[in-house]
Design a protein around this ligand. Sequence first.
Ligand code: SAT
Ligand code: MN
Length: 589
Amino acid sequence: MATPLEKWVEEQAKLTKPDEIYWCDGSEEEARRIVEKGIKQEKVGEHHIFHELNHKTWPNSYWHRSHPTDVARAEHLTYVCYPDKDTAGPTNNWMDPKEAKALLTRLSDGCMRGRTMYVLPYMMGHPDSPYAKACVQLTDVSYVAVSMRIMTRVDKSVLEKIGARDDFVRGLHSVGDLDPDKRFIMHFPDEHLVWSIGSGYGGNALLGKKCFSLRIASRLGLQEGWLAEHMVILGIEDPRGNITYVTVAMPSACGKTNLAMLESSLPGYKVWTIGDDIAWLNIGSDGRLYAINPETGLFGVAPGTSMKTNPNMLRALKAGKFYPTLFTNTALDVAANEPWWEGLNDSNSKNLLDWEGKPWDKSKGAKAAHPNSRFTVSIYNSPALSKEFDNPKGVPISAIILGGRRTHLIPLITEAFNWQHGVFLGARNSSETTAAAVHQVGVVRRDPMAMLPFCGYHMGDYFRHWLNIGKRLAHPPKIFSVNWFRVDDEGEFIWPGFGENIRVLKWIVDRVNNRVGAKETPLGLIPELNDLDLQGLNIDKEKFEKLFEIKPSQWQEELQEMGSFLNQFGKRLPLEIQQEYKKLEGQLK
Ligand code: SAT
Ligand code: MN
């Protein structure tokens, strides 16, 4: 008798009509064969899927160009489908599941004709972890198949784990004909199903990532009593050798990957990487919050990544240990046969192809690499990987840090007065938009906990869930808000960022361990001038104060925006959040 998995695969094949069905085992040898096919046979439009790069300088690396209309997450085409719209809430696109399936069935009929359907069994989380989930994704592109091998634990043993069960997480993906009018990323949280058609790009196509591990997992977390969050996980080792674990929530393309791999500028401090994008947070039997990274890869923004900004990343990209490493929509230095992007180095090469594969003419002012061009590399290639990475239990979290990209108003760092105030700091979080999603870049949008595009249900219920989790924690982490991006009157960043962010992390570690005091402001607790280690930086008292300046008059518009954003959640906005808002409003009058 066929298992539920076999039956499901057969049904999807009947609909999508691939020439061939191939069950992946996750081996390196298999990945090499799939890449080979992407180099020689398979195409996106006119060009092949992969181009082999110079393996002497960039071991095991390949260049990929996506379709030019398909370069970022398509939030406007992303839906969560519940029988009633209210469950999705006002911040998600919603469609009735029956209607959504009818639409997708029409678009998927025969969509894999002439192609191979790859069946990818994979785990999100270490297979021995009680928090891990067994999943299967179907896809018709080699790029997605090998990307999933980097980003998740693709392994044939997952098939045994699933066996005759039918509660595995399902993902059906096809690039279709890449027509933006026929592009949809649909979530059916009640069925643990993601169905995505028409895009081959990152978060639209690697269904274990944002689609399952955030949108659907956040819903599972609500039902099962845990949190799925858009967070970095890292360990900060201090000169005593103690390691403090923290998570950091920030919107896409705000420097999460740089932070996760930070090379400390302070002697005696070291950062250990556990994750750069997603954290699953569970309450341990000791009443502490434990974090695992369900992924195994880093899908980071290439432009701006260099030996200066993120040396550990460059080392990981050149390690070549785990096969393969991918570069998507970067430029290509033809003579050296190497990937290139703005900020990597001062290339003098006269012979560059831009991300669309056209000869690049610097004088025309266009970027050679797409601003959202990415690398995909195994986290096991990282020289600063924490030895706790594969710990099935995860790591105990002492601090949760929430942040965004704001050129004004938001201080470098503030500590919440307590958990409830911390949830409010998260709820009022905002950021200037970036190229990671398709929309106008640089406008302020509210982005609670950096989860606006990823929370798979009503955000009012999400805030309530956070408040409830806090009540169940005997030892809740302290909550902080950070902002590296504040500018001075000339528009220059005041804070140097990157490796210097360790100074802020040090203050957090000191606060968590009760080693320093703090000053109270309407926004929260901030450091005393002498407690933030600024040695060797060009930051005097005046600049320091600018980083923390609160001008009540500037805050009136912000408060209004915040208020109308929160009001859309209506009766489902917890009273506690309303109280915190009123308190802040009163203090800034
Ligand atoms: O495209 S992804 O969602 O995978 C990356 C991002 O936007 O953070
Ligand atoms: Mn992300």
